[in-house]
Write a protein that binds this ligand. Structure first.
Ligand code: SAH
Ligand code: SF4
Length: 337
């Protein structure tokens, strides 16, 4: 759904026309302009030709977990991306969106990183992932999308402008009307993005992929740490907190024998013992060919205990959709792109 295309076509029309068109797209969730009964037939025809609404997507269902669905979406240029829907029974429906085709940052544990990078997604390609699932749920008579997380393929802050434009459409009361507090952006620590987000007017949630308690290990796992070292990332986060008074989540994947020792937990506790910081421990989702394993349940418990005893706020991430490779860091389209 290319909003700028729509705005251009409706330029000469009265203002309320745009509102009517948006109402059809975002409220009634039409899939084709012919269904926009509040617009004239010639206009519908023109819109279908110039700003088509269809999203080419294929749903992959999970055998073991009916709460998670993955969509493989084919873009206009034939490239493929993935989005994930997580249904938390009668509570919320969260869509995990991709922000890029692939990712240039090559984190050692991540399937997307192993694919390399093709291109940024436009704002409409990001919004389309949410619209695709919103239409899907509506057809099944299910509830609306309530939350959006930028935790799919790609680094959102390397595509900052399009990500922010997409957030504005998602948040717009004439758009999908998803509250800013229900939208989360996860970054590997791109400092410029953290700084810019601190100055935006909306209040989305910020998450930082930390995954190591010191520069040595973090640079090994996440090469981006050489450009944006830990201390500088945390300084940018502190600035962000000062400006926004919002909580920040630090994601930490527990990797067996790599970053899950008692010593690692103690180091992490020293970094994280700050107000409005909280740690989200993530069980590693195995990626083929990576030679990495998730930490044992016992090691996770011990790690968590050390953090808690040190006064750090900590939670564990519920795992979704591993059998359809829809879990964090498993998103990589099978044929490459
Ligand atoms: N590029 C951004 C957002 C996408 S990754 C970022 O890195 O933050 C979303 C989350 O999934 C990040 O916390 C990322 O570190 C995590 N992740 C990546 N690979 C994973 C894997 N194999 N198992 C579990 N989490 C993974
Ligand atoms: Fe990119 Fe995030 Fe994967 Fe790292 S974890 S390669 S930044 S998508």
């Amino acid at each position: 759904m290319d909003l700028s295309c729509l705005e251009k076509i409706l330029e000469g029309e009265p203002k309320y026309r745009l509102k009517q068109a948006k109402e059809a797209v975002f409220r009634r969730l039409i899939n084709d302009w012919s269904e926009a009964s509040n617009l004239s037939a010639p206009l519908r025809e023109k819109l279908n030709q110039t700003c088509p609404l269809q999203v080419r997507g294929e749903i992959v269902e999970s055998a073991s977990n009916a709460e998670t669905l993955k969509a493989i979406i084919t873009l206009q240029d034939g490239l493929k991306i993935e989005g994930v829907l997580m249904r938390h029974k009668n509570k919320r429906n969260t869509v995990c969106v991709s922000s890029q085709v692939g990712c240039p940052l090559g984190c050692r544990f991540c399937a997307t990183g192993a694919m390399g990078f093709r291109r940024d997604l436009s704002a409409s390609e990001i919004v389309d992932q949410v619209l695709f699932f919103a239409r899907f749920l509506q057809k099944r008579g299910e509830q609306k999308i309530t939350n959006v997380v930028f935790m799919g393929m790609g680094e959102p802050f390397l595509n900052y402008d399009n990500v922010v434009a997409a957030i504005k459409i998602l948040n717009d009361k004439d758009g999908l009307s998803i509250g800013a507090r229900k939208i989360s952006v996860s970054t590997s620590g791109v400092i410029e993005g953290i700084k810019k987000l601190a100055n935006e007017k909306f209040q989305v949630n910020l998450a930082i992929s930390l995954h190591a308690p010191d520069d040595d290990l973090r640079s090994q796992l996440m090469p981006i740490n050489r450009k944006y070292p830990l201390k500088e990332v945390l300084r940018a986060v502190d600035d962000y907190i000062r400006k926004t008074s919002r909580q920040v989540m630090f994601e930490y994947i527990l990797l067996k024998g790599i970053n899950d020792s008692e010593e690692d937990a103690k180091k992490l506790a020293r970094l994280m013992r700050r107000s409005l910081y909280f740690v989200n421990l993530i069980a590693y989702n195995v990626v083929d060919g990576k030679n990495m394993e998730p930490s044992s349940a016992q090691a996770i418990k011990k790690f968590k205990n050390i953090l808690e005893k040190a006064g750090v706020v900590v939670s564990e991430r519920y795992r979704f959709g591993r059998d359809i490779k829809a879990a964090c860091g498993q998103l990589a389209t099978p044929s490459g792109f």
